[in-house]
Design a protein around this ligand. Structure first.
Ligand code: HEC
Length: 172
């Protein structure tokens, strides 16, 4: 097309440029794919808030509500909870092994039980899930890392009992 009226050397240069651009597009296109798909596996620790949101929806929203305001009678809210805003190790322990009441959330005492999810979530998944919970419901914005989850899991050993509030407050 351009070849009809452009000097041929310029046409060659344009063609070369087009080839380079095309090559770059193909290469970067290829590079994107594995980077995206590895995000739930070995990607940056705890930063995959997208999969955290999906896990929250499937594992937690049934009791705590998609909006974090809790399903009446099932669980306390996450929105405005000092357990969400507080130390990350406590939040991890609660979700890893479960918790039994009485537990105070905002201005109400709850006295039920929540099962743990440690056996169902990898360190990476737990980190993403809890990073999502904190970013969504008023916790510190720094993501919870896979390494922190791994450490808390290792410290608890083979624990299967739910935590009580006294134990949570006594464990740093
Ligand atoms: C079967 C219902 C149920 C499910 C599912 C559930 N929870 Fe809970 N959760 C509870 C109950 C009930 C309590 C309070 C326990 C008590 O009364 O001692 C609680 C307490 C908590 C607390 C501390 C109190 C608060 O409201 O901040 C956090 C944090 C929490 N849950 C997070 C989660 C996360 C994250 C998930 C998903 C991985 C989850 N829960 C799944 C029922 C549930």
């Amino acid at each position: 097309m351009l070849a009809f009226w452009l000097p041929s050397r310029l046409t060659q240069k344009l063609q070369a440029l087009a080839m380079v651009l095309l090559l770059a597009l193909v290469l970067t296109g290829k590079a994107w794919v594995p980077a995206e798909s590895s995000s739930s596996g070995s990607g940056a620790p705890g930063r995959d808030v997208g999969s955290g949101a999906a896990h929250f929806e499937s594992l937690c929203a049934g009791c705590h509500g998609s909006d974090g305001l809790a399903v009446e009678g099932e669980a306390p809210p996450l929105a405005g909870s000092s357990w969400v805003a507080g130390p990350e190790t406590r939040l991890i322990r609660i979700v890893m092994h479960g918790v039994r009441g009485p537990i105070q959330v905002a201005d109400k005492i709850h006295d039920r039980e929540m099962p743990g999810f440690g056996a169902r979530l990898s360190d990476e998944e737990m980190a993403s899930l809890l990073s999502f919970v904190r970013s969504r419901w008023g916790g510190p914005s720094a993501p919870i890392t896979r390494e922190t989850v791994r450490r808390v899991r290792a410290e608890a050993g083979k624990r299967t009992r739910y935590w009580t509030v006294e134990e949570l407050l006594a464990t740093p």
